[in-house]
Ligand binder design. Structure first.
Ligand code: NAP
Length: 295
């Protein structure tokens, strides 16, 4: 039996339709237009394409968006000055600094300078701490997207064995934390594996829900999962190029073999990927509602 495909493309499309309607209603009823600024330092082509996709999506949803591109030699002080300016700008509800930053800039200092009420990436320690405590906050976009994928595909997490591969601050740690929160989208028993885990296969084989975020192409094979597992594959790994020069992507899970054993699985591309930008938009709309005293 082949697994049901959890389509992030379809689910993110549905969420974007909802957001578009919400943005229109905010403008009509309250005169509120959510605003997002993206700040890119340097000319890394991948970062440029991420930032332009974020602005394009914001624009399509009716969110006011500003894109600032600074030269790679911009000083930390200049960047902090710009963040301070946007912290005080009422038209802007969300500030996104595209990572990675050039080496001479202290990433933590920059992220911590963003007003937590405008931290739509959910990376500020205030939001990370609130997430830990189960309080309302901006959730980091990729884990937030995973919650939506599970909920909208009817996957129950309560009482389930959730195994997370990878302990990064942007995916592994936060999704593990969210899965164990005492609320509907959590209540799971969570195991978090990393490179020092002694017997990763032992853990993956007993997972009801397996979330892979390691950055190793096709790491998880069919013999490492149990029949009926739900698989969320976060990995985006470039494994080659087509004749026309387009990148060929693979997830952290060997899709073709694992889909024959899983009950549900996300593809790469078209799974978790499209959800990340969509959740950034959702956080920006939430920030605008909060700023307007509507939440
Ligand atoms: P990261 O910061 O590179 O961390 C990778 C984690 O995986 C580390 O905790 C590492 O363990 C662990 N790991 C590596 N090899 C392992 C193995 N063989 N067994 C168990 N654990 C292993 O990763 P990330 O930033 O979370 O990204 C992970 C993947 O997700 C990448 O492919 C990235 O491109 C993708 N990603 C996708 C999205 C999206 O929107 N779809 C968003 C973010 C990331 P140690 O801590 O012990 O080193």
């Amino acid at each position: 039996m082949s697994a049901e495909i959890i389509s992030g493309t379809e689910i993110s499309k549905a969420i974007k339709e909802e957001l578009k309607a919400e943005v229109a209603e905010l403008a009509e009823k309250h005169g509120v237009v959510p605003g997002l600024v993206t700040i890119l330092v340097g000319d890394d082509p991948a970062s440029q394409s991420y930032v332009s996709a974020k602005n394009k999506t914001a624009h399509a949803l009716g969110i006011h968006s500003e894109q600032v591109t600074l030269p790679a030699e911009t000083s930390e002080e200049e960047l902090l000055g710009l963040i301070d300016k946007y912290n005080k700008d009422d038209k802007i509800n969300g500030i996104l600094v595209q990572l990675p930053l050039p080496k001479h800039i202290n990433e933590a200092r920059v992220l911590y300078a963003i007003d937590p009420d405008k931290d739509v990436d959910g990376f500020h320690p205030v939001n990370v701490g609130k997430m830990m405590l189960g309080e309302k906050c901006f959730l980091p976009c990729t884990p937030h997207g995973i919650l939506e994928l599970l909920a909208r595909s009817g996957v129950e997490t309560s009482g389930k064995e959730v195994v997370v591969l990878g302990r990064s601050n942007i995916v592994g740690k936060p999704i593990a934390n969210l899965m164990l929160q005492k609320r509907e989208s959590g209540n799971a028993t969570v195991t978090l594996c990393h490179t020092r885990t002694k017997d990763t296969d032992f853990h993956t084989r007993r997972a009801d829900i397996l979330i892979a975020a390691v950055g190793v192409p096709n790491l998880v094979k069919a013999d490492q999962v149990k029949e009926g597992v739900v698989v969320i594959d976060v990995g985006v790994n470039r494994v080659g190029k087509t004749e026309s020069g387009k990148a060929i992507l693979a997830g952290d899970v060997e899709f073709e073999s694992v889909k024959e054993k899983a009950s549900k699985i996300t593809p790469v591309p078209g799974g978790v990927g499209p959800m990340t930008i969509t959740m950034l938009m959702k956080n920006t709309v939430q920030a605008a509602r909060q700023a307007a005293g509507l939440e």
